[in-house]
Write a protein that binds this ligand. Structure first.
Ligand SMILES: Nc1ncnc2c1ncn2[C@@H]1O[C@H](COP(=O)(O)OP(=O)(O)OP(=O)(O)O)[C@@H](O)[C@H]1O
Ligand SMILES: [Mg+2]
Length: 502
């Protein structure tokens, strides 16, 4: 077919027992373009790129690189052709440093010994060039998810790359890192690199896409020029429905204080932070990656130790509570990393969803487990987050990224809580589901619960929070209320407290 295509596929397919994950898809990529893959959770986007990058083998169909038919047995075969992918699931080795991960297999030697200085220097330079604020000597295990994402991207760009594939690279990045990434993408485009880009964020698609291919249920719906297509058109192509409004109006009736944190510090860098959360309000918590917004609430929940200061939950001292005690007391925390903390990957979705209920509503008289109720409970919670019932019985680790996120969210819905802390709740979920999750947050808040929304997604905080705190370098740099919560209002505080407020 076309020689000018960097790559193209013919009827490319991947089947699993009972699932046509990718069904006869024709796709092509030209040099210097950003080609976005768009579709609902489970539509087949990650499957398509795993085949292009050699991480998975097709059940049928053909991949061509520069017009030549190719069979990739593994990612190294694809890398040899200049195809490099940054997957949704990370590949870094947590026990090694960033520098060691970046130079894996290409370690600089000096008299036959590892030259640590050169290793560190080379890695740090590659990160700096990309504008990523990551210390190359740090152990990967100590990095936040966003920082790991940046290292993954740096790793993807090692060597000669003619096709770069990015699967939701900005899912856990804030504006600043995203801007750096987009500048990098523009540079690569001008060098003739073709980019396959997966995202659920409409704003990004607007900013960088040249063409968009829409997938639904494993099949290609169409490929369109981004410039000729509106958001609404894309959404209806993706889901077959129109979405009137992504963000609901949430009524605010602030009631009694549920959580008070006074001058809290932690080992992980929170420094004397104070916040208060009441029933009947959504409190946003924003700030750059690494500012401590996640750590602060993790300390409240008991996942990190409070080294000084005080935490009060419903008026009682909660400074030394464990996560189990928090849950029991009516405090739910949704972690940002579904893989490492949130889900038991080998269990079914239904079992994951009902886990928090095991110590509560599912215990009958005498401590017996009420198994029959569990199924109904999982179905109800699954329904609220639009997780289809056919996914309930499936092993959660085999679901698509966004469907795993739905299962994680549903875990919070099986018992009544006084406080819900959602840490990056919509990472990787499609636009339709996003509205469903926001609707759940609305119901929880209007039902009288207190809600904290920790988010790197600025529009989410802008539209949903009644009050917002911003953190920078472990400190709370400001608090905004109602109409004060604007993009510039928040961003001004991202880099420290305003002079006038001190
Ligand atoms: N190893 C596997 N075994 C069984 N089913 C799988 C496997 N990998 C993927 N699937 C299924 O294939 C379908 C497509 O999944 P895929 O991960 O490609 O979706 P996606 O479009 O990337 O979704 P998301 O936006 O949620 O990341 C899903 O139904 C998923 O459950
Ligand atoms: Mg995916």
């Amino acid at each position: 077919m076309n020689d000018f295509h960097l790559l193209h596929t013919e009827a490319l397919s991947r089947f699993y027992p009972g699932v046509r994950a990718l069904d006869a898809v024709d796709f092509d990529l030209t040099a210097g373009e950003v080609h976005v893959l768009f579709g609902e959770n489970g539509a087949g986007k990650s499957t398509l790129i795993s085949l292009l990058a050699g991480a998975n083998t097709p059940s049928a169909g053909q991949i061509h690189v520069r017009g030549v038919p190719m069979h990739f047995a593994n990612v190294h075969d694809a890398r040899r052709e200049g195809i490099s992918a940054v997957f949704q699931e990370f590949s870094l080795i947590p026990t090694l440093s960033v520098a060691q991960n970046l130079c894996l297999g290409e370690e600089p030697l000096h008299h036959g010994m590892l030259d640590k200085a050169v290793l560190l220097d080379r890695a740090q330079r590659s990160l700096d060039e990309l504008g990523f604020d990551v210390d190359a000597s740090a152990l990967v295990a100590t990095l936040s998810r966003a920082q790991q994402q940046m290292v993954e991207i740096a790793k993807g760009l090692r060597g000669q790359v003619s096709v770069l594939i990015l699967d939701e690279p900005t899912a856990s990045l804030t504006e600043r890192e995203t801007t750096n990434l987009f500048a990098l993408i523009a540079r690569l485009k001008s060098q003739g690199v073709g980019i396959v880009y997966i995202s659920h964020r409409m704003q990004e698609i607007n900013q960088i896409a040249d063409r968009v291919t829409v997938l639904r249920d494993g099949k290609k719906v169409c490929t369109v020029n981004a410039a000729d297509t509106t958001h609404d058109q894309l959404i209806s192509l993706m889901s077959g429905r129109t979405i009137e409004k992504i963000y609901p109006h949430i009524a605010s009736h602030p009631g009694e204080l549920v959580l008070e944190m006074q001058q809290v510090s932690t080992q992980s860098g929170v420094q004397g932070a104070s916040i208060a959360v009441r029933r009947g309000e959504v409190v946003g918590l924003a700030g750059l990656v690494g500012c401590g917004k996640s750590e602060l609430l993790r300390a409240a929940y008991g996942l990190e130790a409070v080294s000084s200061g005080k935490v009060l939950f419903k008026g009682l001292n909660h400074s030394r509570a464990s996560p189990a005690q928090s849950l029991k007391a009516g405090f739910f925390y949704l972690p940002p990393d579904r893989k490492s903390e949130g889900l038991v990957l080998g269990f079914s979705s239904a079992s994951n969803i009902t886990l928090p209920a095991l110590s509560g509503p599912l215990r009958g008289l005498g401590g017996w487990l009420r198994k029959k109720d569990a199924r109904g409970m999982a179905e109800k919670a699954g329904d609220q987050v639009e997780l289809s019932s056919r996914n309930l019985g499936k092993t959660v680790g085999l679901l698509s990224g966004g469907n795993q996120q739905k299962a994680l969210f549903a875990k919070g819905l099986t018992r009544d809580m006084d406080l819900y802390v959602f840490d990056e709740p919509t990472v990787g979920v499609d636009v339709g589901t996003r509205t469903a999750l926001y609707e759940v947050i609305k119901q929880l808040c209007e039902g009288g619960a207190a809600v904290v929304l920790i988010s790197s997604d600025l529009p989410e905080v802008l539209h949903l929070a009644h009050r917002a705190y911003v953190m920078c370098r472990g400190e709370v740099t400001g608090e905004l209320q109602g109409p004060e919560i604007t993009e510039s209002g928040l961003l001004n505080l991202f880099f420290g407290a305003k002079e006038s407020q001190i």
